[in-house]
Design a binder for this molecule. Structure first.
Ligand SMILES: Cc1cc2nc3c(=O)[nH]c(=O)nc-3n(C[C@H](O)[C@H](O)[C@H](O)COP(=O)(O)O)c2cc1C
Length: 351
């Protein structure tokens, strides 16, 4: 499959997750087998572009390409400006967010709310393509299956998006109304795949190599995209790649490898966020690394009180050193509680 002129390294993609898939985490996922990564969403509101948060999100230093930047907003001219601005900052692919369910997070009437107004959705897509096409920057779209159970319009929108020049469509198998509740369904993704010629990426509730294979088979999609299950488990991508290639499960990673990659991740994380924010925002990643490991919950609570990078690094080093006394490899992955991996603010579609 290709995204315009770009050919992803494989068909196992890491999903954009605001507050999670920052540059260090995207790079880590790519090193561990993700074939493609999209940035966390950037607002199309110009007055937010120079906040420390947006500047961090628009910083792609050292990131392997193609650099795909997701933009969110509900006004076509602003989205076009945001696309142009991000291309100037190094974006090689622009992804339009029509998937985020939370009004508060997605600037009131943005994200998946736009799916309810197909004319608006199309005007945004056309405006963004008009800016990107002359610069040979592909535009991609990430959306849900529809607005609510009674209004699943992903197929209609996908067709219109393709006609307007969108070059890849990712579908999360839930409606906006569902937020992250219930189970993802894949029939609508299969219908989208059957309706368009551009590559389609299936997303939602993929948490194991077996599930990735099942979703690829059910949908006929060109690729799968994985979000929550990669939290604290970035090696999931190489596990999926191995399973798809051989039909065999790869052994879980060595504790020593996880220690090394978690420490390298933390150093990259501090370098991007600085000490004060870095030590605090790293806690969730550390918590995910140790979730379901022996003593993990107790360690997470203790580690959450540490306010210094050096001490946090030392605590993580000690934790894995102790763990390696009782096991060489991580235990076989336990099923994920994906629902527990979503913050409240992403669940609230009315705020
Ligand atoms: C914490 C969090 C932040 C997210 N942020 C974004 C985002 O910025 N842009 C986007 O398109 N989707 C975002 N999503 C949705 C994911 O990309 C993905 O569609 C969703 O989590 C379903 O996939 P999963 O079941 O593999 O997690 C976010 C999800 C989570 C849990």
């Amino acid at each position: 499959m290709n995204i315009g002129p770009f050919i992803p390294a494989n068909r196992f993609f890491v999903a954009p997750m605001a507050g999670v898939t920052d540059r260090p985490f995207r790079q880590l996922c790519r090193r561990l087998g993700a074939g493609y990564a999209v940035s966390e969403m950037l607002s199309s509101k110009q007055d937010l572009w120079h906040t420390p948060k947006s500047l961090r999100r628009a910083n792609h230093e050292g990131e392997s390409g193609p650099i795909a930047v997701q933009i969110a907003g509900a006004q076509a001219p602003m989205m076009a400006q945001a696309a142009a601005y991000n291309i100037d900052q190094g974006a090689q692919i622009i992804d339009i967010n029509m998937g985020c369910p939370a009004k508060k997070v997605c600037n009131q009437w943005a994200g998946s709310a736009i799916m309810q107004d197909e004319a608006l959705a199309l005007s945004i897509i056309e405006a963004v393509v008009a800016v990107c096409a002359p610069r040979a920057v592909p535009v991609t779209l990430k959306m849900r299956t529809g607005w609510c159970q009674a209004h699943k319009n992903a197929v209609v929108l996908a067709r219109a998006a393709e006609r307007a020049g969108v070059q890849m469509i990712t579908v999360h198998g839930r409606t906006r109304e569902q937020a992250y509740r219930g189970a993802a369904e894949y029939d609508t993704i299969a219908a989208v795949k059957a309706a368009v010629n551009v590559p389609v990426v299936a997303n939602g509730d993929i948490d194991s190599p077996e599930k990735a294979r099942t979703v690829l088979a059910l949908t006929g999609a060109d690729a799968v995209m994985i979000g929550r299950a990669a939290q604290g488990r970035p090696w999931l991508f190489r596990e999926i790649a191995h399973f798809m290639a051989t039909g065999q499960r790869l052994a879980p990673p060595l504790v020593a490898e996880v220690r090394q990659l978690a420490l390298a991740h933390l150093l990259d994380h501090y370098a991007l966020y600085g000490e004060f924010l870095g030590v605090r925002s790293a806690r969730k990643h550390i918590g995910w690394y140790v979730a379901s490991l022996p003593g993990g919950e107790e360690f997470r609570q203790r580690m959450n009180r540490i306010e210094d990078c050096e001490l946090q690094l030392a605590a993580v080093t000690d934790y894995f050193a102790q763990l390696s006394q009782s096991m060489d490899r991580l235990p076989d992955a336990v099923p994920y509680d994906l629902a527990g991996r979503v913050e409240e603010k992403y669940m609230d579609t009315t705020a």
